[in-house]
Ligand binder design. Structure first.
Ligand SMILES: NC(=O)c1ccc[n+]([C@@H]2O[C@H](COP(=O)([O-])OP(=O)(O)OC[C@H]3O[C@@H](n4cnc5c(N)ncnc54)[C@H](O)[C@@H]3O)[C@@H](O)[C@H]2O)c1
Length: 401
């Protein structure tokens, strides 16, 4: 990618050639990860301009925002995100608030002419993601979306192998996103479990990443049939502020309104067949994300928990073909920005540094790098199709919104 040669054409006011003032709205888990990523961009991409400068933190919890501002040396704290929109010094905004706020805040950010880095799934439905995409397109602002798993250098290497035909024509594939973050029956009934605020549960949380990876690696999905389930149907309401996934014991109980589990069979436009399965209640599965992709001449497998490795089987054996571990290194995606040689493990936060760098480089232009709002629309169309398939019990094609 051309990050190193990017030049600043996006910030016409003072201090412009070096930095772009950014704000973060919502300082829970993801807000913190975005803040760390903005801070580290200069460490890993020293020649990139503009560099982000975190200048405002917004969270409805004033204490949380204030503590974060002290930790990250940020001058301004607000509790109403509209103050970020009204702040003319802010040129780019991270939206890391709960899903139900994505549409309203995302549209407002774009309408104000500010660049937008927004977390997946971007709202509660494809219509929400499309509303943000249209606002961004009308305003001509740059967008980035948190499909961080496609930033993994090994995933990018797998994509190149597949595109180069190293494993032949793709026949079938499995994508899994299993987690235990909601497996504890005492997990607090946060915004995630409400349809109005969290949307379609594990579909938006995890299957959204899966739908993006299927497209990124294998292309368009032609049709699908899906099944969903909610296994833990009630949880205790939290009595105080929450961030991420916390326990709440003994409080008033309320209903879980969205999906714990989804499985889907996909027919790809290429003719390949695919299985995508996601669960937030898999005991014993911690961030067990990955894929296995089969072709007429080989196989490539990847597991997020061994992020820098691919298992690859290629050659002409067909039967009894051996499979070997390939450690990715410089040359695979943005690996070289982090480590000088293969098999030095990268971590989750590094993926967000890559995302932040691509966002800044896209602002500099002219290339658009990384996942953007149109990728969020495409992923959400697949999730909507899954819900429609469950409702109708039939094969469904994703509807373009
Ligand atoms: N890309 C990924 O891998 C990934 C991982 C986790 C979460 N996410 C996404 O990030 C988003 C946030 O998830 P999280 O786990 O950080 O949630 P969280 O609950 O930890 O944090 C949400 C924060 O938003 C704040 N907030 C709520 N309402 C607000 C308002 N009106 N104005 C300002 N702040 C408000 C809360 O106080 C909280 O601090 C979700 O959309 C989620 O899907 C993405």
């Amino acid at each position: 990618m051309s990050i190193d040669t990017a030049v600043d054409i996006a910030t016409p006011t003072s201090d412009t050639h070096l930095t772009i003032p950014v704000a973060i709205v919502g300082f829970g888990w993801m807000g913190r990860v975005h803040a760390q990523a903005y801070a580290r961009v200069r460490h890993h991409y020293p020649t990139l301009r503009p560099l982000p400068k975190l200048s405002v933190i917004a969270d409805e919890l004033g204490d949380r925002a204030q503590a974060a501002a002290e930790q990250f040396d940020v001058a301004s704290v607000v509790t109403d995100w509209r103050d970020v929109i009204a702040d003319n010094t802010i040129r780019a905004v991270s939206v890391t608030a709960p899903n139900f706020l994505h549409r309203e805040i995302g549209v407002a950010v774009a309408n104000a002419g500010k660049h937008l880095w927004i977390e997946k799934p971007v709202g509660l439905s494809a219509a929400d993601a499309r509303a943000v995409a249209d606002a961004a397109s009308d305003a001509g602002v740059v967008t980035a979306v948190g499909f961080n798993y496609r930033n993994v250098p090994a995933v990018e290497a797998a994509r190149e192998m597949i595109a180069a035909g190293e494993i032949g024509e793709i026949t079938h594939a499995r994508f899994r996103l299993f987690s235990d973050y909601a497996a504890h029956p005492d997990g607090a009934l946060t915004w995630r479990y409400s349809r109005d605020r969290g949307g379609n549960g594990v579909l938006g949380d995890l299957a959204s990443h899966g739908a993006d990876l299927v497209w990124y690696l294998l292309g368009d999905i032609d049709s699908l049939i899906a099944d969903t389930a909610t296994f833990i149907t009630e949880r205790s309401k939290p009595t105080g502020a929450t961030a991420g996934h916390q326990l709440a014991v003994g409080g008033e109980r309320g209903p879980v309104e969205n999906e714990d589990y989804v499985s889907a069979q996909l027919r790809l436009a290429s003719g390949a067949r695919c299985v995508l399965e996601a669960s937030r209640v898999s005991v014993g599965e911690q961030n067990s994300y990955g894929f296995e992709i089969h072709g007429t001449k080989g196989i490539v497998r990847w597991d997020y928990r061994r992020m820098g490795e691919l298992e690859v089987g290629t050659g002409g054996a067909y039967q009894d073909q051996s499979v070997a571990t390939r450690y990715v290194g410089p040359g695979a995606g943005d690996y070289a920005a982090f480590q000088p040689g293969a098999a030095n493990p990268m971590g989750y936060d590094d993926l967000k540094v890559i995302e932040a760098a691509r966002f800044c480089a896209s602002i500099a232009g002219p290339e658009r790098l990384g996942a953007n709002i149109l990728d969020a629309v495409r992923s959400a169309e697949v999730l909507d199709a899954m819900s429609e398939s469950v409702r109708s019990g039939t094969w469904v094609s994703p509807v373009r919104v």
